[in-house]
Design a protein around this ligand. Structure first.
Ligand SMILES: Nc1ncnc2c1ncn2[C@@H]1O[C@H](COP(=O)(O)OP(=O)(O)OP(=O)(O)O)[C@@H](O)[C@H]1O
Ligand SMILES: [Mg+2]
Length: 223
């Protein structure tokens, strides 16, 4: 489902170069629950951005479901992401002027789904993450963990083939975190969705079908 070949990203900061991702080579099958661990600054977010087409690699390619996304124009890429990729940002990135339900709806609007159906879908997604009673709150009135759950609902809005989650349990207590991880795990098991999770939480790794570690831009597999 996902194939990375010599995937690299180098940031240039004046004279200095930061090799955030160095020649990553791997494949992730449909329905896998792939967990990436690593200390702060090791390149985890950069790697997820490359896989999700949110950033362009300096070198190498990313294939999603047979499509080399590094060859797509910005326009094509936006369309491809809409249909195929759900991204849970480390910093949530909710729209501050929209309430929880509207934030989820905003991800659905570009698909052209009729409003009534869209609202129902957004509410069902919020229910799945335990946020149905707070649907009318603006992000600023929600705790970090609650915002995170809305962000997860939004990422799942269009039933993406690939879900990329950057520390989705970072701001959650263990109990809520476990619920979220079990929900993501269920998506991979019952819905065949491919899930990649970046995490620091030891309990998340227990759900993995495969684990890898990021160290100084280098990805190595545990098994
Ligand atoms: N836009 C950027 N410009 C320059 N350097 C960057 C940029 N984004 C990330 N970096 C650098 O690339 C390296 C990897 O960063 P990245 O955010 O991918 O790490 P991370 O593993 O996600 O860390 P954390 O666990 O703190 O989220 C770091 O040294 C970081 O400073
Ligand atoms: Mg990060």
């Amino acid at each position: 489902m996902i194939k990375a070949v010599n995937l690299s990203k180098t940031y240039k900061m004046g004279e200095k170069k930061v090799e955030a991702v160095r020649k990553a080579n791997f494949e992730v099958d449909k329905g896998e629950f792939f967990v990436i661990e690593g200390v702060s600054g090791s390149g985890k977010t950069t790697l997820l951005y490359l896989l999700g087409g949110l950033d362009r690699p300096s070198e190498g390619t990313v294939e999603i479901d047979g499509q080399d996304i590094t060859r797509l124009s910005e326009n094509q890429l936006a369309k491809f992401r809409l249909k195929n990729i759900g991204f849970v940002f480390q910093t949530f990135n909710l729209i501050p002027t929209l309430n929880a339900r509207e934030n989820v709806e905003a991800a659905i609007v570009p698909t052209g789904m009729p409003a009534a159906e869209r609202i129902e879908r957004a509410m069902n997604l919020l229910k799945a993450v335990g946020m149905e009673n707070r649907w009318h709150h603006l992000p600023g009135k929600l705790s970090g963990g609650e915002q995170q759950r809305v962000a997860i609902a939004r990422a799942l809005a269009n039933n993406p083939k690939v879900v990329l989650a950057d520390e989705p349990t970072g701001d959650l207590d263990t109990k809520t975190g476990l619920k979220i991880i079990e929900m993501l795990k269920e998506l991979s098991l019952n819905n065949g969705q491919t899930v990649i999770v970046v995490t620091h939480a030891p309990y998340v790794a227990e759900y993995a079908t495969r684990r890898a570690k990021m160290e100084d831009g280098v990805l190595t597999f545990a098994d």
